[in-house]
Design a protein around this ligand. Structure first.
Ligand SMILES: *Cc1c(COP(=O)(O)O)cnc(C)c1O
Length: 368
């Protein structure tokens, strides 16, 4: 045993809950045609324009990617009306989260993270030996006053996930602005907007409006994994003050976003038709699912995005297992401290129907 070579702050990390490939689950359970509503992915598949762009790039795969991702960064900057020097691309927006943490945090410094929220924030902070300060949600919503109270001289970074995964809740523009004005200028704030494309703009604030160079430094992160249907390619970005961006560039790998990911994202960015269809399938699916759950007398949390929490009468893992046997993969929320909740994302109409049928059957099973 040479595991003592692993520093304590690494050994203490709880692994991210692993999932098996669908094919493997199906083989083990002897089922076919299962559906997955567990990872908030786009049920329509990838943007068709992105697929076409990927095909065109295949013959160039012997070359390294463009390490500066020039065309993609330029187009993102144009679309969002921000300076190109403030756009940093990552291997998924997960990498932007990691880069911000690796750039700003070391042992002895504190990072404030709402709880429950995206599990990756905590993992990334622990990896560099930073201290996680968890602030519980209030009514399933990020508690901005609680966060302000948790700020100390050692606080360097705060995470806001808007809409918040796993609750689907958003913050109002007014409450966020009020919070932002009270923050000390020497902290940085990540506003993770992975699901913002699904949220009607009038329901919340736009993180880009808070990016500035005076402080608090704001990094708004967005992704091609959800609304653009490219989770498997791994590409996302952060928008920030160009000076902060220059530090992230020093920390990142020189070729962190693949050729195919860059090409697909560039094409997807202008695939307005796909984006519109993605939003529509989510809106219609949500209404259908809410009606179905209401009819079953099940409690759930109304969401501002493409996934939501559903209350279950027994341990969520049991519901997950039972649903799995019906060929419907959902997420048990135990790892988030919500033992009596499952999370699903909206699927295609036939997937939503199948979910409701399976869920009704499973609930009956646990009713006795
Ligand atoms: C899915 C998700 C992301 C996106 O991660 P990628 O690395 O871009 O795929 C980021 N934040 C949250 C909260 C998410 O749920």
């Amino acid at each position: 045993m040479i595991s003592h070579l692993v520093p304590p702050h690494i050994a203490a990390i709880e692994p991210y809950p692993p999932g098996k490939p669908i094919e493997e689950l199906e083989r083990e359970l002897g089922i076919t045609n299962s559906i997955k509503l567990a990872s908030n992915e786009n049920p329509l598949g990838p943007s068709p324009r992105a697929l076409e762009a990927v095909r065109e790039k295949l013959t160039g795969l012997h070359r390294y990617p463009d390490g500066s991702a020039f065309y993609l960064r330029r187009r993102i900057a144009e679309k969002l009306n921000v300076p190109m020097e403030g756009v940093v691309l990552g291997n998924g927006s997960n990498e932007i989260i990691e880069l911000v943490i690796r750039t700003l945090i070391r042992s002895g410094l504190e990072v404030i993270i709402p709880n429950p929220s995206f599990l990756v924030y905590q993992l990334a902070v622990q990896t560099v030996g930073g201290t996680v300060v968890a602030v519980p949600l209030k009514n399933f919503t990020i508690d901005l006053d609680g966060i302000l109270k948790a700020v100390t001289e050692r606080t360097r970074l705060i995470f806001i996930n808007n809409p918040n995964n796993p609750t689907g809740t958003v913050l109002s523009e007014k409450s966020f602005r009020n919070f932002f004005q009270k923050l000390p200028s020497d902290v940085a704030l990540v506003i993770d907007e992975a699901y913002i494309e699904f949220t009607p703009p009038q329901s919340t604030f736009n993180g880009l409006n808070f990016v500035n160079s005076q402080g608090p430094w704001v990094v708004t992160t967005r992704t091609f994994s959800k609304a653009y249907g490219l989770a498997g390619l791994r590409v996302g970005y952060g928008v920030m003050d160009p000076q902060l961006a220059s530090f992230l560039h020093r920390v990142r790998q020189p070729f962190n976003v693949s050729t195919l990911a860059q090409a697909a994202a560039l094409a997807a960015l202008d695939d307005d038709d796909f984006l519109e269809r993605s939003r529509a399938v989510v809106q219609e699916g949500l209404e259908f699912l809410y009606r179905g759950l209401d009819a079953l007398g099940v409690r759930y949390l109304r969401t501002h995005t493409n996934f939501f929490l559903i209350a279950v009468p027994v341990d969520a893992k049991k519901v997950y297992e039972a649903m799995l046997h019906e060929g419907v993969i959902i997420r048990a929320m135990n790892a988030y401290g919500l033992d009596r909740y499952v999370r699903i994302n909206v699927g295609l109409p036939e997937e939503n129907e199948r979910f409701l049928r399976a869920f009704a059957k499973v609930l009956e099973q646990f009713d006795q």
